[in-house]
Design a protein around this ligand. Structure first.
Ligand code: HEC
Ligand code: HEC
Length: 225
């Protein structure tokens, strides 16, 4: 083995890069996180009873944009505006990266799966082909509401009261969307009964259903599609 082989040099570079990345989660926890934890939890999973949303595992870009929006006042929250006001752009990015990298504790999906109006709106949408058409939430937020890419946040397991508050914020214009202007349109087409139903649906879903997949199914029913 040649100590100066290109392979070794490259491994050393990769190791150094990994250290930089891991440093965020380990040694370099942003100092502000101690404050954020009071409401968003030490594990970043929020507080459902108080309607404090989880931040763990959300797309880093999404979280960063929300902090920017709170600071600019384009997303209004008396609590969060104060929290974001003093953050520099690089601090907001470091905090967003930190929370995006936190693991989401696994939990099984509810069984039986929730049905009714909320499930219909989530999975099929409403009034297809009419001016009042509402696309299925799953089309953007992914199967099970687990989110997609950097633009579409996870909505499975968000507190129902928090989801309802976001819909009224879009309707009244106190939450302006950042890059894509999709939720305002959708919010305008849903009435409060429909919003309550879809909020309860997503609040009931697991934010990380990986355990359900791993669960042993010794007695296969054979009726799976
Ligand atoms: C006193 C409680 C409290 C503290 C402390 C707090 N937050 Fe929040 N946070 C909230 C509430 C309440 C909301 C929801 C606001 C709304 O309804 O729009 C929120 C929302 C957010 C969101 C938007 C989440 C989403 O899914 O869109 C982000 C990001 C966030 N907080 C980050 C932080 C960070 C980073 C800190 C620390 C610097 C922090 N928060 C400190 C209460 C708090
Ligand atoms: C066409 C794509 C699209 C569809 C369909 C869609 N959303 Fe969204 N949704 C988005 C985007 C993009 C955002 C992020 C907005 C932002 O940047 O502020 C978002 C954000 C959200 C949030 C805020 C999450 C948070 O953590 O604050 C909730 C809640 C939500 N959507 C619920 C729904 C529900 C419920 C439906 C179905 C009725 C739905 N969405 C349908 C694109 C979509």
């Amino acid at each position: 083995m040649n100590a100066n082989s290109p392979l070794r040099t490259r491994s050393a570079t990769i190791a150094a890069l990994l250290c930089l990345g891991l440093g965020l989660a380990a040694a370099g926890t942003p100092p502000q996180v101690a404050t954020c934890s009071a409401c968003h939890g030490g594990n970043g999973m929020g507080n459902p009873l108080a309607n404090f949303p989880p931040l763990a595992g959300q797309p880093a870009h999404y979280l960063e944009q929300q902090l920017t929006a709170f600071k600019a006042g384009t997303r209004q929250s008396s609590i969060m505006q104060g929290m974001a006001a003093s953050l520099s752009a690089s601090e907001a990015k470091a905090i967003a990266d930190y929370y995006a990298a936190l693991p989401v504790p696994p939990a099984p999906e509810p069984s039986p799966a929730p049905t009714g109006l909320g499930a219909t709106i989530a999975l099929d949408g409403l009034n297809p082909g009419t001016p009042k058409a509402v696309p299925a939430c799953a089309a953007c937020h992914g199967a099970g509401g687990l989110g997609q890419g950097e633009a579409f946040p996870r909505i499975a397991g968000l507190p129902a009261g928090y989801i309802e508050r976001q819909f009224s914020a879009w309707k009244t214009g106190t939450r302006h969307e950042t890059t894509l202007h999709l939720m305002r349109n959708i919010a305008d087409k849903l009435d409060s009964t429909q919003i309550d139903a879809v909020a309860s649906y997503y609040a009931a879903l697991s934010p990380n259903p990986s355990v359900a997949k791993a669960a042993p199914s010794a007695a296969k029913s054979g009726s799976q599609g």
